[in-house]
Design a protein around this ligand. Structure first.
Ligand SMILES: NC(=O)C1=CN([C@@H]2O[C@H](COP(=O)(O)OP(=O)(O)OC[C@H]3O[C@@H](n4cnc5c(N)ncnc54)[C@H](OP(=O)(O)O)[C@@H]3O)[C@@H](O)[C@H]2O)C=CC1
Ligand SMILES: CC(C)(CO)C(=O)C(=O)O
Length: 321
């Protein structure tokens, strides 16, 4: 099985390093210093209990690479619409495309009923290029619970004591494709699910709270969890988010204690905070504004989320000017 990982950031490097170590045939699209470092010295993954380096076949573009059985996109949500033209040449009739991305994924409303039924998510796929040209029939949801950061060119630091990746077909009723099962065979951290939307919301609620509070306070999850006042706000965000999920038919179990436990043990700067501190754009569209759109369309009140989003938008604009 030929695999292409598109994007050599924190998550792309984590997956590439683990898959190559497990013996998979993986190729990586990288650019800039990352491409140079990985080509010269390989890719190093440092984790709580491991430190290894693998050689990687890395390229600056997809031109001439041929078709792949599985493409894993590991760019930020806001970069996805810009890579559609790069993806098309590597897609064959049976290629599956897994988007390892936080937030409401581009394929979310494919095959769904309701206000947005069968439409692209306009916040993440504004021109509909992913929805109409890549296509939801080949889309695999990929929900990532794994805390990573690039600490030097070619070096990714993993800060999770346990990592998990949930893969499942975007279209309900489709069987889990062989590519997903093969990935799960190579990596114990991968599980497959026929109900990927439940996994999307489960993760998204955690992101909404940790991205908003992490960025507004420049704190890791464990630092946020030390403040009872912030935990109260985190809880309010999760409860509003779970009402939005329920509006589109997904009941997220109120397992607040397990989420708080995850926050307490999370000594990682969430990816949105990494972006804020590096002056890069934030994934507000996929993680928050798309959720607000759903809330508004279904008449769900999200007062706490709305307040925090307004503060974060103001802060991000002020800090990048
Ligand atoms: N980091 C984490 O711990 C977690 C992240 N996630 C999610 O995973 C997704 C990926 O995040 P993460 O890995 O942190 O992001 P990063 O910003 O670390 O990585 C994105 C990579 O994509 C590259 N890229 C973007 N556009 C292109 C392009 N056109 N051609 C080639 N390369 C490109 C970027 O290159 P360049 O730097 O040159 O722009 C960068 O290397 C996000 O949705 C994030 O929210 C989920 C769970 C945890
Ligand atoms: C690992 C986690 C959950 C931290 O909030 C994350 O998804 C991120 O960094 O964006």
């Amino acid at each position: 099985m030929r695999i292409l990982v598109f994007g050599a950031g924190a998550i792309g490097c984590h997956l590439t390093a683990r898959l190559i170590k497990a013996g998979a045939d993986v190729h990586l699209i990288a650019r800039g210093q990352q491409l140079d470092a990985i080509t010269d010295r390989g890719l190093r993954l440092i984790g709580p209990q491991e430190d290894f380096t693998v050689p990687v076949r890395a390229y600056p573009s997809t031109a001439g690479l041929g078709q792949f059985d599985l493409v894993i996109t590991a760019v930020k949500a806001y970069s996805l619409p810009h890579i559609v033209n790069d993806l098309l040449p590597v897609l064959g009739a049976h290629t599956q495309v897994a988007s390892a991305v936080n937030g409401v994924p581009w394929w979310y409303f494919a095959g769904q009923k309701g206000v947005f039924g069968n439409q692209p998510v306009k916040r993440v796929d504004p021109g509909g290029g992913l929805f109409h040209r890549v296509g939801a029939d080949r889309a695999l949801g990929c929900v990532v619970l794994s805390a990573n950061e690039l600490v030097a060119p070619g070096v990714v630091q993993n800060r999770s004591s346990s990592n998990s990746f949930v893969l499942g077909p975007a279209l309900e009723g489709l069987a889990v494709p062989a590519q997903a099962s093969q990935l799960a065979h190579w990596l114990p951290s991968v599980t497959v699910s026929e109900h990927i939307r439940a996994a999307v919301w489960h993760k998204l609620l955690l992101n909404m709270g940790s991205s908003l509070l992490g960025c507004l306070t420049h704190s890791t999850g464990s630092q946020v969890a030390q403040s009872p006042a912030l935990l109260g706000v985190f809880e309010a965000v999760m409860s509003e988010g779970s009402r939005v999920a329920a509006a589109v038919g997904v009941q997220v179990p109120p397992d607040l204690e397990s989420r708080l436990a995850r926050m307490r043990s999370n000594h990682h700067r969430c990816s949105m905070l990494q972006d804020l501190e590096a002056g890069r754009p934030l994934e507000l569209d996929s993680q928050l504004l798309a959720v607000q759109d759903i809330a508004r369309a279904y008449g769900v009140s999200t007062t706490t989320i709305d307040t925090l989003v307004a503060l974060l938008q103001f802060k991000a604009a002020a800090e990048t000017n």
